[in-house]
Design a binder for this molecule. Sequence first.
Ligand code: G1P
Length: 294
Amino acid sequence: MIKPLKKAIFPVGGLGTRFLPATKSMPKEMLTVVDKPLIQYAVEEAYAAGIEEIIFVTGRGKSALEDHFDHSYELEDTLTRRGKKPELELLKKMLPVPGNIAYVRQQEPQGLGHAVWCARNLIGDEAVAVLLADDLVHGDVACLKQMADTYRQVGGNIIAVMEVPHEHTSRYGILKPGADKGKLVEVQGLVEKPSPDKAPSDLAVIGRYILQPEVFAHLAAQEPGAGGEIQLTDSMARMIGQVPFHGFRFEGKRYDCGDKAGFIEANMALGVAHPILGKSVRQAVADIARTLKL
Ligand code: G1P
């Protein structure tokens, strides 16, 4: 039987050291692409996939995230008095259903596996999605929706994958592929951040996962792995052969927004594609390209 998929975990406790000084006192998930913080893109993607309950695994200094998904009475009152209906609607639309958002505190940054494990008591015997907000995926159909639609047919673990340049394997979880069915590729092995000479392929895991609840038992038992951190990849690797397990080649483009250059690229790409701002952003990009003789 395919277990229901209604909950999503957002690990947002990371320190954002790759994005200093911007992230000194502001969570990296609040970095804005065009006009929305990264976390809002990820939450909207989860809703598009049919997720009903969201769980943030936070850390110290992350209260801006909680405030972003709550009422802002002063702001709402001012907008009401000024008759700013569209802005009010925008704010209202992004409020989660009361009780369908929860926060768990990861007291120490011990790695992604540890962050996910911190949410274990809120999941029960159901599948769960995990979304890393600094991986922004832009496309016609939300990445997690593509995965969830497939999950509801095949079950098991499904993780988003993409080809990366061979010299970049040490930045990602890398898959050892089994039977390749095109969109779906069987997972035969997983290794966290292997150097290019040890990488079993160039197929990298990006931050979208659909996991069976057994993952929590593996996470509980886990020793630190790559970088001395408790890795989600290691626990997933222990599930190979126990549940159906597939890499999913999603449609869309992924931007690494935890990286400064990737973040700027995302702003340009989504700026150009924006229904209202697109025209002036295209003009600005063209002007820069002309000035630089690109
Ligand atoms: C995490 C995961 C890694 C995955 C990556 C995708 O690494 O541990 O397996 O490939 O996200 O962005 P991080 O980027 O947090 O170091």
